[in-house]
Design a protein around this ligand. Structure first.
Ligand code: KG4
Ligand code: ZN
Length: 379
């Protein structure tokens, strides 16, 4: 059957056609016919193409059975936005338009799969930048429609939760999750697939946003989180005692805007007094304050919901201090903490495909009418 040329629907062709969406080698060698799998037949061999374009990473991944990453291609736009010190939405959307189709082609090639092997196509539906979301959602829907397989619109924050399940075979719900990124800082009581209770959030800046703003003020490259993390290793975290503002003493919300202002005021004071600004010490002291705040609130929430395991995820989960600090706190309490490898902490499509697979198993696919939602909520 494989040597017979087929059209995108899997029907035999007398003359092979070569759609020019991506790499011809991928498109003209279908290996299986179109699938029409009932939900109950979803098993460990089903292949889902995930697409992530919510912010400034263009990513496509092929994930098998919701757990095995066959490919995960990520193109970061960091350099494009660097000169502006932050993401420019219009620039991000245009860059996704240019990058996405080749990224999908590359993801299929690396997975040794073709479009016709796919059982579903998933894309991030929100939250995120509307122009960026539209690019991924439109392409995912188009591919799903042509292949006649389900389209799954995924919540980006839920996808971050699945980055833990994807990379740690022992990880499972229920778990207390700290989802900490450039756009969000959430403490989530994740009870089971699709059943999430937000117990804490930031009342102002997200943690990653605070990293990026402080880094920008210090004249560091964008994105600032990795830069501050790198410099922290060279500085003294005790050098400056920045405030550990707890949004409320008893609740689980956090606040980062006061900390950011404290860093700015401290540096300005040093400059006015003509004293040296040791960037490494400022970075290390700021990072330590974030870690102390976030570990305190997360562990308070662990106690409150009596959690037995913690998931750390989102871009800021790549932070060395936070990984260490929260890991130590969990170990001291005798509970496990899982965190994905670095490349699966920041935005990626593998987590989107894994999340979509779990949704499909619960019978949840998405209508082709569904529109991206920049403010999509988790719970
Ligand atoms: O999850 P993500 O890739 O995108 C959003 O959904 O927002 O997170 C990006 C954020 C940025 O603010 C970036 O500075 C931060 O994650 N980040 C870090 C580190 N790596 C990335 N923050 C602190 N330390 C890091 N090592
Ligand atoms: Zn993210």
């Amino acid at each position: 059957m494989n040597d017979v040329p087929r059209d995108p629907m899997g029907r035999p062709l007398t003359e092979p056609t070569a759609p020019s969406l991506a790499d011809d080698a991928v498109l003209t060698q279908p290996t299986t016919a179109v699938k029409d799998l009932p939900i109950e037949e979803w098993d460990e061999s089903t292949l889902v193409l995930g697409i992530e374009t919510s912010c400034d990473e263009t990513s496509a991944a092929v994930v098998k059975g919701g757990r095995e990453i066959l490919s995960n291609v990520i193109i970061s736009q960091g350099d494009l936005h660097g000169e502006y010190g932050g993401i420019v939405p219009e620039v991000a959307a245009r860059a996704h338009v240019e990058a996405l189709t080749p990224v999908i082609g590359e993801a299929l090639l690396r997975a040794d799969a073709t479009f016709w092997d796919l059982d579903a196509v998933a894309a991030t539906l929100g939250p995120g930048l509307i122009g960026s979301l539209l690019v991924g959602v439109a392409e995912a829907k188009s591919i799903a429609a042509v292949l006649e397989v389900p389209f799954v619109g995924v919540n980006h924050l839920e996808a971050h939760l699945y980055s833990n399940l994807l990379t740690h075979p022992e990880a499972k719900f229920p778990a207390l999750a700290l989802v900490i990124s450039g756009g969000h800082t959430l403490i989530v009581n994740a009870l089971s697939d699709g059943d999430y209770d937000i117990v804490g959030t930031t009342i102002d800046d997200a943690a990653g946003e605070a990293f990026d703003k402080v880094a920008r003020f210090l004249g560091l490259d964008y994105p600032g989180g990795p830069e501050i993390d790198r410099l922290s290793l060279l500085g003294n975290p005790e050098a400056v005692k920045f405030p550990r503002a707890m949004a409320t003493e008893s609740g689980f919300d956090v606040s980062y805007s006061g900390l950011k202002t404290a860093v700015i005021n401290h540096v300005r004071k040093l400059e006015t007094a003509g004293e040296a600004v040791v960037v490494e010490d400022i970075a290390a002291s700021f990072q330590q304050a974030v870690v102390d705040i976030q570990v305190a609130k997360t562990m308070a929430a662990v106690e409150y919901v009596e959690a037995e395991r913690v998931f750390l995820c989102g871009g800021v989960a790549a932070n060395s201090g936070l990984r260490q600090g929260l890991g130590d706190a969990c170990a001291a309490r005798g509970i496990s903490m899982t965190v994905p490898p670095m490349e699966l902490c920041t935005d990626n499509a593998a987590m989107v495909a894994a999340c979509a697979t779990a949704m499909i198993r619960r019978g949840r696919t998405t209508s082709l009418d569904a529109a991206p939602d920049p403010n999509l909520r988790l719970a």
